[in-house]
Structure formats: structure tokens, C-alpha cells
Design a protein around this ligand. Structure first.
Ligand SMILES: *Cc1c(COP(=O)(O)O)cnc(C)c1O
Length: 357
């Protein structure tokens, strides 16, 4: 039985064509700036995002870290969502490695911090306060596309107050494909989103299906500074063109097909709706969040696993679609969830099993 792995869009295997591109890539030592494939990727993603320069990174975490540390110094502060990846899921790296203080703010269900909260969190120049330097947003956030109006208003507010702006765009290609105007290409739409920001980080290793890699995009000056920080962080790679070739292949072949992942996420959401005890919370791009009303969530995950379907349960049940899952796999996942709810009964509220019985 083939496993339907919906834990994340990071689980994809490189396609045969991607492996061929990898084997054919001309290589050099990228710490000397000599790797032609890395240089081609950096030029390509800089052009797509409309930034002067870009830097290939081993991971999105390192890309965000180098971005934040290039914008902020010791004793500076960045404003970020309470549930944003850079704040919550990156080990506190900006504080640990950069002595940069995060100022987390509450987000709404779409991931937006209120503009009034952002304005109130920007500190005056006073020795009591950290220096507020940077606003960091995320798009998509938990699969939600940030509306353009919000991106415009939040970044304009930051700029008026002298702050720089950074986008954690790990899934910005998903945002672009989901929100492009009719006839508008995904690359043009990425550019539109990126235009609001001084810098952005994009992942090639998520929906785009490359095995490894992200890029930080920004001004020449910012990227020069980030290159120094990346080296300190141990991220200076040598014949990294092997990996960059996969990312280039992904940009050529795996962007428009993100629409298939979004369609599969909708198919899953529709298939799961109407099951008693289950609430489908959202499915705007390639991530479907599901709430299980009673305490059957962990048992459902186990049942799915026993039947060849993997999902995660960190913040509610999460299913992520990607290029290694097709509609038949989605239908199997739906049928398995339905079977679970047909075969088990709700545990009464307050009677959840917490200890050995
Ligand atoms: C995955 C992810 C990252 C980090 O990427 P890694 O390559 O896993 O380090 C950053 N931000 C968001 C929103 C992500 O989903």
C-alpha cells in the first residue's frame, strides 16, 4: 500500500526529471562565488521577486534568520505575529544568535496583526526601549493568503515609522497561484506581493518540490550582509549547484501545478465536510485544518496511520497537499476518515482518557 503522506509539503521526493537536472548541473565552489548553477538560481529568483540580489540558503529557517539579522542588530526589535513561523517555530533564533528582541502581537484568524497594535508596539527613541527596526509578515500563513490591502497598509505603516519590512514567503508561490488575476502569471503575482517588502524569504523545498533550499531576496547591501551572517551560521556551502539545479527545475516546472495541490486540498475539505464531530476550518491553498470536536483526534491520527494516511496534530489536525499526492490518494484519505467516524463513537466531554485504564 502506498503511503499518502499529508504531514507536510516538505516530504516530496525529487522527480526523475529533477534528478536528471541535478546530475547535469555545472558546479563550482559557492563560498568563492564560483558555482554557476547557484548564481543562475540567485539571479533567477531575484528577477522573479524584483529584488536586486538573492542568496541561496540551506533552509527557510536560516534564510529568515539571516534576513532578520541583516536588518536588525543587538538590542533591536522586530514586530511579528504571535503564531508566525519566525517567532514560534524557529527556536527563537533571532534572539539566540542575534540578541534581537521579538515583539510578538496577536493575529486574527487570517494571520493579520491589527494595524493599531502594530502602531502601538513601535517604540519611541528612548533608552528604556529596544529599537523597533523591522516588521515581519508571513504569506501564506497557515495556508491563508494575506490580502493585498493588508500587505499595503501594514508595510506603509512600518515605512512611515522608519521600519524595514520582511516577508516570510516560505509558501509565497502558493499565495501567488491562489490569488493571481485571470491571465496573470504566477511569477508576476509573486513580484506584486514581494514589491511591498524590503526583503523576502522563499522556500523551494515545500510545494515546489525541491529536496533542499530557500532563498533570501533583497537589496545588494542587505544580501551582502546576509552572506556574512550565513557564513557565521555555517551555511556557506560548496558545490551547492547540485541543490540549486533542483530549485531551478522547480521554478520552471512546479509553479503552475500548485493549482493541482490547491484543488486537492479543496477536494479533501469537501470530502470531510458534513462528518459529525469534525469541523473543516480552512482550505484556501494547500493546507487543510480540521478540528475534532471530542477527544478522538489522537485516535483518528493512529487509525489513519494504520491505513496508510499520515497527517499531523500539532495545532488541530493538519493535512497538506503536494506533488506526490493525487486525487485518488485524497479520496482514500477521505474514505478512511469517514470509516473512522462510522466505526468509533464520541467520548463524552470531560471523560477523555488521560491515564492508564
Ligand atoms: C517551513 C517554513 C519555514 C522554515 O523552513 P525550513 O526550511 O523548514 O527551515 C519558515 N516559514 C514558514 C511559514 C514555513 O512554513
Amino acid at each position: 500500500m502506498k503511503t499518502i503522506d499529508l504531514r507536510s509539503d516538505t516530504v516530496t521526493q525529487p522527480t526523475e526529471a529533477m534528478r536528471v537536472a541535478m546530475m547535469a548541473a555545472p558546479l563550482g565552489d559557492d563560498v568563492f562565488g564560483d558555482d554557476p548553477t547557484v548564481n543562475a538560481l540567485q539571479n533567477r529568483i531575484a528577477a522573479i521577486t524584483g529584488k536586486a540580489a538573492a542568496l541561496f540558503m540551506p533552509s527557510g529557517t536560516q534564510s529568515n534568520l539571516c534576513g532578520i539579522l541583516a536588518h536588525c542588530g543587538r538590542g533591536d526589535e522586530y514586530i511579528v505575529g504571535q503564531l508566525a513561523h519566525t517567532y514560534r517555530y524557529e527556536g527563537g533564533g533571532a534572539a539566540v544568535f542575534g540578541s534581537v528582541q521579538p515583539q510578538p502581537l496577536t493575529q486574527d484568524a487570517q494571520g493579520r496583526m491589527a494595524l493599531a497594535d502594530i502602531a502601538a508596539a513601535i517604540k519611541p527613541d528612548d533608552p528604556h526601549f529596544a529599537r523597533t527596526r523591522l516588521l515581519c509578515l508571513e504569506n501564506t500563513w497557515n495556508g491563508h493568503v494575506m490580502p493585498d490591502d493588508y500587505l499595503r497598509e501594514a508595510t506603509a505603516l512600518a515605512r512611515q515609522q522608519g521600519l524595514a519590512t520582511h516577508l516570510d514567503g516560505a509558501r509565497v508561490f502558493n499565495a501567488a497561484v491562489a490569488s493571481a488575476a485571470p491571465g496573470q502569471g504566477a511569477h508576476a503575482r509573486v513580484r506584486e506581493i514581494a514589491d511591498h517588502f524590503d526583503s523576502l524569504s522563499v522556500c523551494f523545498s515545500k510545494g515546489l518540490g525541491a529536496p533542499v533550499g530557500s532563498a533570501l531576496c533583497g537589496s545588494q547591501e542587505l544580501i551582502q550582509s546576509a552572506r556574512r551572517i550565513r557564513k557565521m551560521a555555517g551555511g556557506g556551502l560548496r558545490q551547492a549547484g547540485l541543490l540549486a539545479a533542483c530549485a531551478l527545475h522547480a521554478l520552471d516546472h512546479h509553479v503552475d501545478r500548485l493549482a493541482d495541490d490547491h484543488a486537492n486540498a479543496r477536494r479533501l475539505a469537501e470530502g470531510l465536510s458534513g462528518i459529525e464531530g469534525l469541523t473543516v476550518k480552512s482550505a484556501e491553498t494547500n493546507i487543510v485544518f480540521v478540528d475534532v470536536a471530542d477527544s478522538r483526534g489522537p485516535a483518528l491520527l493512529d487509525f489513519l496511520k494504520a491505513n496508510g494516511v499520515l497527517a499531523t496534530g500539532l495545532i488541530g489536525l493538519r493535512f497538506v497537499t503536494h506533488l506526490d499526492v493525487d486525487a485518488a490518494g485524497i479520496d482514500h484519505a477521505i474514505a478512511t476518515v469517514r470509516r473512522f467516524f462510522a466505526e468509533t463513537s464520541a467520548v463524552p466531554a470531560g471523560a477523555a482518557r488521560t491515564g492508564p485504564y
